[in-house]
Design a protein around this ligand. Structure first.
Ligand SMILES: *Cc1c(COP(=O)(O)O)cnc(C)c1O
Length: 374
């Protein structure tokens, strides 16, 4: 069994993907080609925002968004403590101070109450200026944007939505990647919408920011690429990847997103009452970048993971460490901030095989092994 079976997906989509690739090879427009422009329009329409700018990967997407807002030294950027490293790496790489905030045990997402406390602490200290909240839609579930937006407005902060895992998620029919002042995603192969290499995208409704982002992605270009009005970088989505993503986006919209939700429902049916299953609140919809359960103890987790391994079933520990413990962030660590929920989750979480092509038999097999090893 595969954790995320990209081969099965390719077998289903092979004819269309092969054609998209060979069409691109024949056209030869490898950089900023026709498929890139078409995909950007399709993605903007799907998410329901004015602009989509594709780029090299999800980490670049976050970093470029922060650069477009001139975030750097002296600024505080609030980041959930339980996330993939890049969410904190992006602000830190620009010289800003990432301030890590504990997450909710049920949703795995940033806790609004703890966020407000962290903002007040930073303001009282007067060393850093609070600027941005990076809200991560962890495991496919959008963060609590109602509450986050109120806090952002109260303190004059921007929201950067890290939708690398959230693509396809929704709140009340509104799509993930549209909740932030800027939203970003990643097309890393294992993400909800993945290409066959690295890729990313940035979403916004802000016309001025869209222009700045497009410029940063191409060496700070002005009127053209040889007129450089700011320092930028080289971060673009290859035309080949865009062509592949056009095929995959269609499958994602037509059935893949529904299929992962059916798979989650089936896991829930088998596992409810045995381990803590993901709880999706009313109005919320997850794209299940991960299906993550919480066991009672690290001992039981070990037991389950060992048993799965004996049957050649892969499982992952997302995440084994809070950002506050990452050695790379030691200069940003604060002994006065506590992370009881990250510390609880990191000992107990298991992410199970999850993708649109998982069969009911496979889900039953995984669930049975878990139930027999509690
Ligand atoms: C994967 C991921 C990223 C980074 O995306 P890349 O395309 O790998 O650079 C950022 N944030 C989160 C939450 C992610 O899961």
């Amino acid at each position: 069994m595969e954790f995320r079976d990209l081969k099965r997906q390719y077998n289903v989509l092979k004819a269309d993907i092969d054609k998209a690739v060979s069409d691109t090879l024949e056209r030869g427009d490898f950089i900023s080609g026709a498929s890139v422009r078409e995909l950007e329009q399709q993605l903007a329409d799907y998410i329901g925002v004015k602009y989509c700018i594709t780029c090299g990967n999800g980490t670049d997407a976050l970093t470029i968004a922060l650069r477009a807002w001139n975030i750097g030294s002296g600024d505080a950027v609030f980041v959930p403590d339980f996330t993939f490293f890049a969410s904190g790496e992006a602000p830190a790489s620009l010289g800003a101070a990432p301030v890590f905030v504990d997450v909710d045990r049920k949703t795995f997402n940033m806790m609004p109450d703890m966020l407000e406390q962290a903002i007040q602490t930073v303001l009282a200290e007067g060393v850093y200026t609070p600027k941005v909240i990076i809200a991560v839609d962890l495991f496919g579930l959008p963060a609590d944007y109602d509450k986050l937006r109120k806090i952002a407005d109260k303190y004059g902060l921007k929201i950067l939505e890290d939708g690398a895992q959230g693509f396809g998620g929704m709140i009340g029919g509104k799509k993930a990647c549209s909740f932030g002042d800027i939203g970003t995603t990643s097309f890393f192969p294992a993400k909800p919408l993945g290409c066959y290499g690295d890729g990313g995208a940035i979403f916004t409704n802000d016309t001025d920011i869209e222009r700045v982002i497009r410029s940063i992605c191409v060496h700070g270009k002005g009127e053209n690429k040889y007129d450089n009005i700011r320092l930028g970088t080289n971060s673009r989505l290859d035309t080949l990847q865009a062509a592949i993503l056009q095929v995959k986006l269609r499958a994602f919209q037509e059935y893949e997103l529904e299929k992962v939700n059916e798979a989650a429902d089936l896991y829930n049916k088998y596992l409810n009452g045995y381990v803590k299953i993901p709880e999706i609140e009313q109005e919320y919809y997850s794209s299940y970048a991960q299906y993550t359960i919480v066991t009672e103890s690290s001992l039981i987790r070990r037991q389950i993971q060992d048993a799965l391994k004996r049957q050649q079933i892969p499982s992952m520990t997302y995440y084994a460490k809070g950002m506050h413990e990452q050695p790379a962030f030691h200069i940003h660590s604060r002994s006065d901030f506590l992370y009881p929920n990250t510390d609880y989750l990191k000992e107990r979480v298991i992410s199970l095989p999850m993708h649109p092509y998982l069969t009911a038999e496979e889900i039953e097999q995984v669930s049975t092994i878990i139930r027999q090893n509690l």
